[in-house]
Design a protein around this ligand. Structure first.
Ligand code: GUN
Ligand code: FE
Length: 425
């Protein structure tokens, strides 16, 4: 058994009342055992003095491509379809086992160092096993899968797969990695987007995701050209088509959803589909500005993700939170996406999207210890004591302020030093 005691912290719990308390947190193995004042330190394996520090639930990012971390800066000024055809697909096709592993490790390092503890990740067609290896060794919590793409004339030959191979390889990876490390890793079927998937493949994904009770993770309605292609090929809009195939349910995670019509919005809400809003990517790829306040107002599930490193140039949730708030202000006014709303999306909202709201996303007794410790005493956040810490986190904090990241009760990063699973306390 291992125990960690975090003492004298300001705790942003994100429990139902969103209480902010000052006190101690006792972690026993992977879970939060106790929260209170003056908890007994005698038997703790490690004591963290968090006086003048703020403890928050680790961020949950619901759309990431670890395999793209090495492509940062490639196609900085392109729109989605050109960016994929000219840059990303050829680069993904050129990946080998080692480059996938290091791309994943580099991305995970950046995520953990900036306080993200859970990701929903989409790998490339080949070598996804090595990204899973990096996820396993690093200790990050992940829902991940090999991308599926069995259609598309402009896809490089090396990325084109046969429908049956795509399905078989996905099932093989699922059988190897789903529920690894007591459920820290979950498998998600990951058809890239409707543009690159045959109907046969998507129908099989529906059958398999029901059989194995897994998530389906895909992109939808990100870009107007993409939507036109889908309309021409299926006669339908993205979300309507996915619903038509039976895929619209609470195990579907859709990245982007910028250009939705009323029927698509209704499907998302009624079927409990989860939207991953990626504002940094949407700005950089000139995709558009999602109607996030409207979706939230209608009680749709919307969480946040950084997308791949080349969509955004970093994987930092502070960047995404700030952009999610700022981009709506000129359109809908200063409170359209206030700090609390954005912070909720980044924590408990993401936890709900991955079906783990009883396990992660808030700091409560019995939950998994997935936690980030921040120093909000740096010059850029200090000394606004009378300002809600959530506001300080959303509008002024940076990844440099994260001093410790704990996942599943393990210290994964401390003082900017990463620890892999074989170097635990
Ligand atoms: N749509 C299909 N593939 C991708 C991808 O890799 N990134 C983004 N942002 N959108 C996509
Ligand atoms: Fe993406």
């Amino acid at each position: 058994m291992s125990t960690i005691l975090i003492q004298n912290a300001q705790i942003v719990t994100m429990n139902a009342e969103e209480t902010i308390v000052t006190g101690d947190i006792l972690i026993e193995n992977d879970r939060i055992k106790e929260i209170g004042q003056g908890l007994h330190a005698a038997s703790a394996d490690k004591i963290i003095d968090a006086a003048n520090h703020t403890v928050i639930p680790g961020f949950v990012q619901t759309h990431i491509h670890l395999c793209q971390t090495l492509f940062r800066g490639k196609g900085d000024d392109l729109e989605l379809m050109d960016w994929l055809r000219k840059r990303i697909w050829p680069l993904e096709a050129a990946h080998d086992q080692e480059s996938i592993y290091y791309s994943a490790m580099l991305g995970i390092g950046e995520l953990v160092e900036s306080g993200t503890t859970t990701i929903v990740d989409m790998e490339t067609v080949h070598h996804a096993d090595f990204a899973f290896q990096a996820i396993a060794e690093s200790g990050i919590r992940a829902v991940s899968g090999k991308v599926m793409m069995d259609k598309g004339s402009e896809v490089p030959a090396a990325l084109q797969e046969k429908t049956a191979d795509s399905i078989q390889q996905s099932v093989d990876l699922l059988e190897k990695w789903d529920q690894f490390d007591d459920g820290r890793i979950q498998y998600a079927f990951s058809p890239r987007f409707v543009v690159s998937c045959t109907e046969e493949l998507l129908k099989e994904v529906k059958v398999l995701s029901d059989k194995y009770k897994t998530f389906v993770h895909t992109h939808a309605s990100e870009n107007k050209t993409e939507i036109e292609i889908v309309q021409q090929e299926t006669g339908m809009r993205n979300v309507v088509y996915l619903d038509h195939l039976g895929l619209a349910n609470d195990r579907l995670i859709l990245a982007h959803c910028i250009w939705l019509d009323e029927e698509e919005k209704r499907i998302i809400k009624e079927k409990g589909v989860h939207v991953s809003h990626c504002p940094g990517s949407n700005l950089k790829l000139a995709s558009g500005i999602a109607e996030t306040p409207h979706l939230l107002h209608n009680h749709a599930s919307v969480s946040l993700g950084a997308d791949g490193a080349p969509c955004n140039n970093n994987l930092d949730m502070f960047n995404e939170m700030r952009l999610a708030a700022l981009i709506q202000k000129p359109i809908h006014g200063p409170t359209a996406m206030d700090a609390r709303t954005v912070f909720r999306m980044a924590t408990i909202g993401g936890a709900k999207a991955v079906g783990l709201e009883t396990e992660i996303g808030s700091i409560e007794v019995g939950k998994k210890a997935d936690i980030a410790i921040l120093n909000l005493q740096n010059f850029h956040t200090y000394p606004s004591y009378d300002v809600d810490p959530v506001s300080r986190i959303v509008y002024s904090a940076t990844r440099a302020d994260v001093v410790t990241t704990i996942i599943n009760g393990r210290i994964i990063m401390e003082n900017k030093i990463m620890r892999t699973m074989d170097k635990q306390i």
